[in-house]
Design a protein around this ligand. Structure first.
Ligand code: TRH
Length: 381
């Protein structure tokens, strides 16, 4: 049987990816695996943006079956009995010293696992599951890598997600209600894009290209730096609800919505621009064409991640489709030449949607990350 108490530590570096992933992990452990889960978060204000239930002032609160604790410094006094059976430090965040010492003083050491960043690179399967002893204390932690290949931890996917997504995509009434709830008019023959991206200095040529589209195009962009930059192009204030643009293009600024609603946005749009890790994975489950922008890292590490993923993802596409997709993704990440590659990308939209379904099925075959993690922690050392 899996150990019953789990502590997850989440340090919100910047952006929302880390808390986005930890929140899904915590919820799924509690709801689907019936575990007692505490989530320690050092930035509740960011957490609140993806979960409006959260009160940033509360030291302890409950949401969706999870106990959420504010991770303050200094960390409160902690005894070995307070330590959970499984301790997860996400993305190798440094555990608080008092907690670490209490872990070492526990009669039976807890299972200590670092859930790592997502990458499609080949080395991931070789590192998944490796142990690393703590140099000063009688503790050992194991590395758990999400991934896209057998031998990795797989991807976060809740029970029933594919069915819920397909039901929504087949239900015109549910989609109409969803758009209305967001203040977006009925789609008609408009092409709908969701665009969640890091600030892009050179998006103007792409906007101009969209203005000249044969078909009306609505670009739905969340409140943030990129929306403001787009607003400047049209002399508009990019606040949630604002619409601006020219020709065939309407840019509409959306509020940052709660995670489940963001999923629906991805399911409802024709093409999704996503970034980082979590929105990238959610767009893969959406079964729609996507354009990915990895989180920018020093020494161009993100380009290696991009190429590794393209290598895997394009394996199931024909040469023309693979080239058009790779060109568009690379241009988006170089922040130049996107306009030149957009038409070719869009021309293969139907093939990409078919491929997205196959890819999602292939990824499902790896098992979902949380179930894999529970099995991993159940295995005797
Ligand atoms: O915010 P991100 O850029 O996160 C990144 C990466 O995870 C990266 O690996 C990490 O190291 C870095 O942060 C610090 O993008 P990501 O991963 O897509 O996370 C965004 C989260 O926000 C995701 O859970 C989806 C959620 N979201 C909403 O809930 N509502 C919204 O309206 C939008 C646009 C996003």
């Amino acid at each position: 049987m899996p150990a019953s108490r789990w502590d997850i530590f989440c340090s919100v570096v910047d952006n929302f990816g880390d808390i986005g992933i930890c929140w899904r992990l915590a919820r799924q452990l509690a709801v689907e695996h019936d575990l007692v889960v505490r989530l320690w978060v050092d930035d509740l204000a960011s957490f609140r943006r993806i979960n409006p239930d959260i009160d940033p002032a509360a030291a302890v609160q409950h949401s969706r079956g999870v106990e959420v604790c504010r991770w303050d410094a200094p960390f409160p006094a902690v005894t070995p009995d307070d330590v959970a059976d499984v301790v997860i430090d996400t993305f190798a965040c440094t555990l608080p010293e008092p907690y670490l010492h209490a872990m070492a003083a526990r009669r039976e050491a807890p299972r200590w696992v670092t859930v790592e960043h997502l990458s499609a690179e080949d080395w991931v399967a070789g590192c998944h599951g490796l142990a690393s002893p703590q140099p000063q204390l009688p503790l050992s932690r194991h590395f758990f890598f999400p991934g896209f290949a057998p031998g990795t931890g797989g991807l976060l996917r809740e029970r029933g997600l594919p069915e819920a997504r397909r039901a929504f995509q087949a239900d015109a009434t549910a989609q109409a209600a969803f758009w209305a709830g967001l203040g977006v008019p009925p789609a008609g023959d408009e092409l709908r894009l969701s665009l969640f991206a890091y600030d892009c200095a050179d998006s103007v040529p792409l906007l101009r290209r969209w203005e000249g589209s044969a078909r009306p195009l609505r670009c739905l962009v969340p409140d943030g730096a990129l929306a403001r930059r787009m607003g400047e192009v049209y002399g508009a204030e990019a606040v949630p609800g604002a619409c601006f643009g020219a020709g065939a293009l309407t840019v509409q600024v959306l509020p940052f919505v709660e995670q489940d609603r963001y999923d629906r946005l991805l399911w409802a749009c024709d093409v999704n621009f996503v970034r980082g890790e979590d929105s990238f994975v959610r767009a893969q489950w959406a079964g729609r064409p996507l354009v990915w922008q990895p989180y920018r890292q020093d020494e161009d590490a993100h380009s290696h991640k991009l190429e590794a993923f393209l290598h895997r993802y394009c394996a199931g596409l024909g040469p023309l489709e693979a080239a058009a997709l790779s060109d568009m993704w690379r241009a988006w990440n170089r922040e130049t030449g996107m306009a030149a590659h957009w038409d070719a990308f869009l021309a293969h939209r139907v093939a990409y949607a078919v491929h997205a379904e196959l890819w999602a099925r292939q990824m499902s075959d790896l098992g979902d990350l949380v179930t894999n993690l529970v099995f991993f922690c159940r295995k005797p050392l």
